[in-house]
Ligand binder design. Structure first.
Ligand SMILES: Cc1cc2nc3c(=O)[nH]c(=O)nc-3n(C[C@H](O)[C@H](O)[C@H](O)COP(=O)(O)OP(=O)(O)OC[C@H]3O[C@@H](n4cnc5c(N)ncnc54)[C@H](O)[C@@H]3O)c2cc1C
Length: 462
């Protein structure tokens, strides 16, 4: 079996910067990422970006090339298209690549698995023609394809970013239907002074709004009763603002109301998690260096709590230095000296977050969806089903599996877990921490019998 000092799972900003820093400290690093190229969500496919695509996606996107180039180091090996589906004993990682299964062992593991878009279950969200705004952005980054006749629905800065990228691509959205309210903005104001330390984010936000205005993009704010109409596919978005009912005909609906940590891998090895009320999501317990209750496993980046790409990269570096110290490649004094400035930069990077989180909370209608709304898309379980299970005495998401199989399909709960926890919590009048989440077990991602059968431990040498 191949053995390395550090296995990094995820080649986004956190994983890439961690790998580079660890390699510079002399560690033998293996990066596993299911994508065909390094970059993660924000810098997806950045290595292949031509001038036109770079212009559309913006300066921040191109910055990712510095990180991807950093992987060019003798101590780093990056396995592309490597899907991790099991972690054992805090040191052994099983993955498949090109249809072949393999196991690798690391003295330390860094989970840099990033974020997922928050599920946004509203009536009609399972119709063809509806997808997450992030998925539309993936099409743009990966293949240069922009969705036509699209309406963006939800809240958050990523919605504005994707709208501006569509404008620059020459395929502007028909409208943006936003769910945050003036009351949310008023609440966010108490974080404004702190947020001024992260002024560049505020400036970026204002610039995006100006760009959208200049392009004549219609914004509907404080939308409620959002639903997607259509027979065989999405044909219109309907919603209410104030006392006015709206209906916008469209071919595509792009939904987004924030991102949440992708905690599947951390949960699969029983790292404790807690509910973060400010970000409305579960976050894993880890210290400032990313160290978890499993002594050999660290977490960095959005997977440890949403902070954005620059914060993710800083967290990756901090974790790498801590791991280097753990493995006796760096003295405590040198580690402290090296991390001092990184912690300061990280605090600045995070300073605008409370303002952003308060100004763009998740859409209330998707947190408490109507009974007939499908929650678990894989197994077609509705919000009403979850409430009925609660009525039968179901206290936690894991129990719902026995009642109706939510979370047991191919996505293994990634896209319904949060909704199921929130619906149960509200129905049973229990806290989110007491309600908990699915118990995640391997395989984290679908793995075929053929891939299992092909598992040859010696094949993963070298
Ligand atoms: C769809 C989407 C689009 C986004 N677009 C932007 C944007 O344009 N601009 C912006 O500022 N922020 C964007 N964000 C937020 C952004 O992702 C983060 O702030 C930043 O990328 C976090 O970096 P990270 O390294 O923590 O994780 P990520 O960049 O998300 O990288 C995590 C990596 O882990 C890999 N991974 C996860 N699980 C496994 C597994 N089991 N096996 C193998 N590999 C695995 C993923 O393939 C991914 O490459 C986006 C988020 C999402 C969800």
């Amino acid at each position: 079996m191949r053995k390395v000092d550090l296995i990094v799972i995820g080649a986004g900003p956190a994983g890439m910067s961690a790998a580079r820093r660890a390699a510079q400290q002399g560690l033998d690093v293996l990066i596993l990422d299911e994508q065909p190229a390094a970059g993660g969500q924000i810098y997806r496919n950045v290595g292949q970006a031509n001038a036109k695509r770079s212009e559309i996606l913006g300066k921040d996107f191109i910055h990712g090339q510095t990180l991807t180039k950093g992987l060019d180091h003798a101590n780093i090996r990056h396995l592309k298209g490597a899907v991790v589906w099991q972690i054992e004993e805090g040191t052994r990682v099983s993955y498949t690549q090109n249809g072949i299964g393999a196991i690798v062992e690391g003295q330390r593991i860094l989970l840099a698995t990033g974020a997922l878009e928050r599920p946004m279950p509203v009536p009609g969200w399972t119709l063809p023609g509806v997808m997450t705004a992030g998925a539309a952005q993936i099409l743009l980054k990966q293949s240069g394809i922009a969705c036509q006749n699209a309406v963006l629905v939800g809240s958050g800065p990523l919605l504005y970013l994707i709208a501006t990228q569509m404008v620059r691509a020459g395929v502007p959205p028909l409208a943006i239907v936003e769910t945050q309210t003036k009351a949310d903005l008023a609440k966010s104001m108490r974080h404004l002074v702190g947020a001024l330390r992260g002024w560049s984010y505020l400036l970026k936000g204002l610039h995006m709004l100006w760009e959208l205005r200049r392009a004549g993009i219609v914004r509907h704010v404080a939308a409620t009763d959002v639903a997607i109409e259509g027979d065989q596919r999405a044909q219109a978005v309907v919603f209410i603002t104030g006392k006015t009912a709206h209906r916008i005909e469209c071919d595509t609906v792009l939904m987004h109301h924030g991102v949440v940590p992708n905690t599947q891998a951390a949960r699969s090895i029983d790292i404790p998690h807690q509910w973060d009320a400010a970000q409305s999501c579960f976050v894993p317990d880890c210290d400032a260096a990313g160290r978890t209750a499993v002594s050999t496993v660290f977490i960095a980046g959005d997977g440890a709590g949403i902070g954005g790409a620059k914060a993710a990269a800083l967290m990756g570096e901090i974790a790498a230095l801590e791991i280097a110290h753990d493995l006796e490649r760096l003295t405590k004094t040198d580690r402290d000296a090296a991390t001092q400035d990184l912690h300061k930069l990280l605090a600045t990077e995070r300073s605008a977050r409370p303002f952003i989180d308060a100004a763009y909370p998740p859409y209330a209608g998707a947190i408490a969806p109507a009974d007939e709304t499908i929650i678990c898309r894989c197994e077609e379980v509705t919000a009403g089903d979850i409430r009925r299970f609660a009525g039968l005495g179901c206290l936690g998401p894991n129990q719902t599996k026995a009642f109706g199989r939510p979370g047991m399909g191919p996505c293994q709960g990634r896209y319904c877990g949060l909704s199921v926890s929130q619906i149960l919590s509200a129905t049973n009048d229990m806290s989110l921490d007491d309600t908990g989440y699915y118990r995640i077990r391997p395989p984290l991602k679908p793995v075929t019998l053929g891939e299992l059968a092909s598992m040859d431990v010696s094949a993963s040498e070298g």
